[in-house]
Design a protein around this ligand. Structure first.
Ligand SMILES: N[C@@H](CCC(=O)N[C@@H](CS)C(=O)NCC(=O)O)C(=O)O
Length: 221
């Protein structure tokens, strides 16, 4: 039976799980949980995931949430080899570090911009919040000055994880023109088979939702 993915396309973490599935080649049965209609709070979903976050998967009774855990699980369980999530401890540690960077720095700094706009109706973003997002993009740029992909010279699952968030940051109007390595890497990530299929439509909707709530060029540096 295919893996059930509880998904909402506008959500960046949810697109990470879907992109990981498509890139690895996991057969998923998508069930939409509409966050704008608060469907994640329905009793049947909270029973599955008491933290009521998407993405969540049900792999024939094995329940897992958090996009990062799901992405690495997909590679470990269904990958044709370990190239996207290397088993050698030091190489794997670097992949993990970049995934934790997305989880602990890149995504939270974007979320600090978008959550108040989407869910609290804010019409502007404080300069310090915007600066923190650009600082995180700057870290990504440094990684990519050193290596072709975020965790070394080969594509790994960390690229899929970070690229979904980076494309989301672009889509809301953060300006990447000062980050040429990151821009080039984003374009290469879009060519990873399956990536755009999972990300393109949702990232567009996400970007439009945020940009339409803010004054023009509000997130320019
Ligand atoms: N660290 C989690 C974050 C998941 C998350 O916060 N998802 C949000 C949507 S972007 C959500 O489901 N929010 C609904 C809620 O918390 O009730 C992951 O990477 O999966």
């Amino acid at each position: 039976m295919p893996v059930v993915l509880y998904h909402f396309p506008a959500s960046p973490p949810s697109r990470i799980a879907l992109a990981a599935a498509k890139v690895v080649g996991v057969d998923v049965n998508i069930k939409i949980v509409d966050l704008f209609a608060k469907e994640q709070l329905k009793e049947e979903f909270v029973k599955i995931n008491p933290q009521h976050t998407i993405p969540t998967i049900d792999d024939n009774g094995f329940i897992l949430w958090d996009s990062h855990a799901i992405a690495t699980y997909f590679v470990s369980q269904y990958g044709k080899d370990d190239s996207l999530y290397l088993k050698e401890p030091k190489k794997r540690a670097l992949v993990d570090q970049r995934i934790y960077f997305e989880a602990g720095t890149l995504f939270p700094r974007m979320r600090a911009i978008v959550f108040p706009v989407i869910f609290l109706g804010n019409k502007s973003v404080e300069a310090s919040v915007k600066a923190a997002a650009y600082e995180a993009i700057g870290f990504l740029e440094k990684f990519l000055e050193a290596t072709r992909w975020v965790a070394g010279d080969h594509l790994t699952i960390a690229d899929v994880v970070c690229a979904v968030t980076a494309t989301s940051m672009q889509a809301i109007g953060l300006d990447f023109s000062g980050y040429p390595k990151t821009q080039d890497w984003i374009e290469r990530c879009k060519k990873i088979p399956g990536f755009q299929e999972a990300n393109e439509e949702g990232v567009k909707a996400f970007g439009e939702k945020v940009r339409s709530s803010l004054p023009p060029n509000h997130l320019a540096p």
